[in-house]
Design a binder for this molecule. Sequence first.
Ligand code: HEM
Length: 207
Amino acid sequence: MALAGLFLISFLVVHLGINLLILKDDGRESFNIAAHFMVTNPLIQSMQWVLFGGFILHILLGIVLQIQNWLARPQRYKVEGYSHTSFFSKYMIHTGAIIFAFLIIHLINFFFKAKFGEIPHIMINGESYEDMGILVIEKFKELPYVLMYVVWLLFLGFHLDHAFHSALQSLGLNHSKYTPVAFGLSRALAILIAGGFILIPVLIYIS
Ligand code: HEM
């Protein structure tokens, strides 16, 4: 669960890096070149199946873990005790389910369109590229989509707030001296990743 989670975080960092290129004022050239590299590079294409496997593994193990937790304590405590963990740690299955539901919509919007739909083409340095950038920009010119993505990405941030340090703990990297640092890193990563992604729909909408 922890390893799959860390792998998904590394995907998010790469995905965010490429998506931020769309904010560059260069007629979507850098973004489209990077997107083209991602869909044509055989190594990255084979990693895509590892990525989908990672998502499925992470989700299935998350559900099993949650069921084990419920079975271990079928009756809730009358008084919820003070716990040394973050607020969102109690809601990982809930935030995870919300992220998954939005992810399906996201894949329909972009991934399935790229794989099976007709994408307009753009000439860059005399070569023809699929213009994935225009697809993203058209979506984020519509307010309902912008709001939907902001809500989704906030839930992603809440989920990530607990994710990184929890993964380190599961891997046994637990130490009274370093655990507070891991908590801080986890929060910083959550803010950077969710905040970075949120910038994209918001800046496209207002530009
Ligand atoms: C503003 C935010 C985002 C934008 C603009 C964006 C854009 C895109 C685009 C254009 C694609 C299609 C790439 C292609 O196949 O050519 C894609 C695919 C994908 N996105 Fe996103 N994405 C965003 C956020 C996210 C988030 C938060 C997640 C995960 C929680 C995510 C997960 C995926 C996955 C799994 C794929 C399919 C694999 C891939 O093509 O790399 N995306 N996204």
